[in-house]
Design a protein. Structure first.
Length: 417
């Protein structure tokens, strides 16, 4: 099928964009794209492709902009229930870490999630996946982390695996038993770390080999933070996972600087995420590595906190910057990368072009899938969004509305409205 009549075709060609290079759109005005099966076959000027492929069926983009489907590289998609009560408590003056220390926060979602059966958890997760797709996300990373024991963590992995198989949203799973200290181990956090290293992560490896061996292993992630896992515990968990062959991620510097970003760089993690309180030394370490810095501006926004990721500093240091929603019930219930882009333009001072590259090709790099998704280039998977605007800058400029007209996943037009 030939997609034609495109005002601006943003190809994002040329691979992940480091430092001040960020924002290279690879734009073709009056462009066209030929897809064959699941794959992009040709990209170029409309006049060339219309004559070269005169007999192909056509899809008219109505003179609007087309870009790669958004890749959301950090979400906590599988959970049950909600935390509206805590939202209200925070507005009345209680902090996020206070609520967590008092047994609420992540732990209250753990309780609700442990109680939910597979079908209920699946249905709740699937509804959010549909919302993501409708807003133009064609691939999302998704973490476990609301089980904190083998049974419940594996159930969440199973939900994610089934959802990915069902499609059309492609799910890249992350295993996160180290999201909080399990309530059973409240008085002995080190015993929970041992449980994670000796039981829960090996159980995930077994489960994966039996049930999903055709797919790459999930990432393993740790919430390295005051009140969660300290630097030494994070190192133990991540090195255990790495030695078993898992690729790595980390939650670092959301509230306090514990050195998690440098640890991620040292261990060759795919990404270090949040990075609000990151020191200049940590930023340098990240920039000198292949670890992608993932900013999650919905999180401070959701917490009504004025501190955001120092994106300009990361770019000036030569780092790889990506954007994600962090979709979760505690700090940021947001499925829309369009909202993230609008926020990043204001709170992180990115231009729309920088935010778009950070939400496509660089976010594909944050989940180590930039060889296959994140740009519109021959040979890549045909994941694209047709917008209802003709100037890409309206993404970022406008917010609160859905500017996606049509979603294409693996070469198929997805009925999402
Ligand atoms: O990324 N920081 C840890 N995890 C989530 C919050 C999860 C929750 O509160 O349920 C985050 O912000
Ligand atoms: Fe998170």
């Amino acid at each position: 099928m030939l997609i034609h009549n495109i005002s601006q075709l943003l190809t994002m060609q040329g691979g992940p964009q480091r430092g001040r290079e960020l924002g290279h759109l690879g734009m073709v005005e009056k462009g066209a794209v030929l897809m064959r099966g699941e794959t992009i076959e040709a990209v170029g000027l409309e006049e060339d492709l219309l004559s070269r492929y005169a007999d192909e069926p056509r899809l008219d983009a109505l003179g609007k902009a087309v870009l790669p489907g958004f890749v959301d590289p950090h979400t906590h998609l599988v959970w049950a229930g909600d935390r509206a009560v805590e939202f209200e408590m925070r507005l009345e003056g209680h902090t996020y870490l206070e609520i967590l220390a008092a047994g609420g926060g992540i732990i209250s979602t753990v309780e609700a999630t442990r109680e939910a059966d597979f079908d209920s958890l699946y249905a709740q997760t699937r509804a959010r996946a549909r919302t993501m797709l409708r807003h133009g996300t064609t691939t999302a990373e998704a973490k476990t982390g609301y089980g904190l024991d083998s049974t419940s963590e594996l159930l969440q992995l199973q939900v994610l695996h089934k959802l990915d198989k069902e499609g059309p949203l492609e799910i890249v799973p992350t295993f996160l038993p180290a999201h909080a200290i399990a309530p059973e181990y409240k008085t002995d956090p080190d015993a929970y770390v041992r449980q994670i290293c000796h039981k829960i992560i090996p159980a995930a490896l077994d489960w994966w080999k039996k049930n999903a061996a055709e797919k790459p292993l999930p990432f393993v992630d740790v919430f390295c933070e005051t009140g969660a896992f300290d630097l030494e515990q994070s190192r133990q968990i991540l090195t255990t996972a790495r030695d078993l062959g898992f690729p790595l991620k980390i939650h670092a510097d959301e509230f306090d600087n514990l050195g998690g970003a440098s640890l991620a760089a040292e261990l060759g993690a795919a990404s270090a995420d949040h990075l609000v309180k990151t020191s200049s030394a940590d930023i340098k370490a990240l920039a000198a590595s292949s670890t992608v810095a993932v900013a999650l501006p919905c999180t401070p926004f959701g917490l009504a906190d004025p501190h955001y990721t120092p994106a300009k500093e990361i770019l000036d240091a030569g780092g790889l910057l990506a954007l994600a929603t962090d979709c979760n019930p505690g700090t940021a219930w947001c499925e829309s990368m369009q909202f993230v882009i609008a926020l990043a333009c204001r709170a992180l001072k990115l231009t729309p072009a920088q935010a778009l590259a950070a939400a496509t090709i660089n976010s594909a790099a944050a989940i180590q899938r930039d060889d296959r998704i994140g740009s519109i280039e021959p040979g890549k998977q045909a994941d694209m969004i047709l917008l209802n605007i003709n100037d890409y800058r309206h993404l970022g400029y406008r917010f609160g509305d859905n500017l996606v007209n049509t979603v294409i996943k693996r070469g198929r037009i997805i009925p999402v409205l």
